[in-house]
Design a protein around this ligand. Structure first.
Ligand code: KG4
Ligand code: ZN
Length: 314
């Protein structure tokens, strides 16, 4: 039987990433990122990210083929991130994928980046998801709770109506002078003995949509007011109180969905913020089967894209 060799392509934000699955096994991933270039800007500059993809994607393809003793003609399928993401960045990946698939006359599968995150806890697992599962995608661009009955029957149960959790982390960190990406820096400072500031609690009922702009404004106002009044800021205290407020809200809303869907077998958690230590500790308290993305799969990479895409191929 002919080998099934699937190339995955991810270019939705600042990571340019390729991965290979050969006969259902993930065998390689190469990822390079413009994050270091972006750090001076406090966020991702779309034009910089787009150019970075354009300058690197073909080099990654050459390397991943050489590393695995393959030639381009060995590829049998191409999976790429179709949406959502920065338009210019997605465009580079889509053009590259479509050109390759057309020239090689092989199957092309465009996938939703978020479904890649959703199933990322299963990438290295020998077990398939025990559907129905509850999924939490918590990243710089998204904060969404999903109900997945299968790989293709997926419903949104809650989605942020304004900022995403990671985005708020990055804005708060920037204000505190911690640099980008802010999540890991705030996570590192977290010290529960310093949870002293009562930032605006999200008092919306547990069944309400996520909304994080209130807590963001509350933290930024606190910092501004203290600065204006020449009052020193305890960065650890601000970081801790902020992190506890925002993560507790996510947990509260996830618990609500568990009550609505008691037949859920597993909770799968992915996205950049899934790396957060406090979130991880709180998650394992709410359900016996919580699968959290391994750290290497929490950020953006093509392994999750090729993994999800491979489940859609007959
Ligand atoms: O999934 P991701 O790499 O990119 C997308 O947004 O799709 O997520 C990046 C986000 C950034 O906002 C970053 O600050 C956040 O994930 N992040 C964290 C942690 N590590 C990364 N947030 C909180 N705690 C962390 N340990
Ligand atoms: Zn992502």
């Amino acid at each position: 039987m002919k080998n099934k060799i699937i190339l995955g392509i991810e270019t939705s934000c600042d990571e340019t990433s390729l991965a290979l699955i050969i006969n259902d096994k993930l065998i390689d991933e190469l990822t390079t990122s413009s994050a270091n270039v972006q750090t001076n800007f406090g966020g991702v500059v779309p034009e910089i990210a787009t150019r970075y993809h354009q300058n690197n994607i073909h080099l990654l393809l050459q390397s991943i083929l050489v590393n695995n003793n393959l030639t381009i003609n060995d590829l049998t399928h191409i999976v790429y991130t179709q949406l959502p993401g920065l338009p210019g960045c997605l465009h580079v990946g889509a053009c590259f994928a479509k050109t390759l698939a057309n020239l090689l006359n092989i199957e092309l599968i465009g996938v939703n980046h978020l479904y890649g995150h959703l199933f990322s806890p299963y990438i290295d697992s020998i077990d398939e998801p025990k559907f129905p599962i509850l999924g939490l995608i918590i990243s710089g661009g998204h904060t969404t709770i999903y109900l997945a009955n299968s790989y293709t029957n997926i419903h949104i149960l809650n989605e942020t109506r304004d900022d995403a959790v990671g985005e708020v982390y990055d804005k708060v960190a920037r204000k505190l002078g911690l640099g980008y990406p802010g999540g890991p820096k705030i996570d590192k400072l977290f010290d529960l003995s310093k949870n002293n500031i009562n930032f605006l609690k999200n008092n919306l009922p547990e069944n309400e949509q996520f909304s994080f702009s209130g807590i963001k404004t509350s933290v930024l106002n606190y910092i501004n007011t203290n600065k204006q009044n020449n009052i020193g800021i305890d960065i650890v205290e601000v970081a801790t109180s902020f992190q506890k407020t925002i993560i507790d809200d996510v947990i509260k809303k996830l618990k609500y969905q568990l009550k609505q869907y008691p037949n859920i077998n597993e909770i799968a958690v992915g996205g950049g913020v899934a790396a957060n230590n406090y979130l991880r500790n709180e998650l394992i308290k709410i359900h016996p089967n919580v699968l959290i993305s391994p750290l290497k799969y929490t950020g953006d990479q093509a392994s999750m894209i090729v993994h999800y895409g491979s489940k859609l191929i007959e």
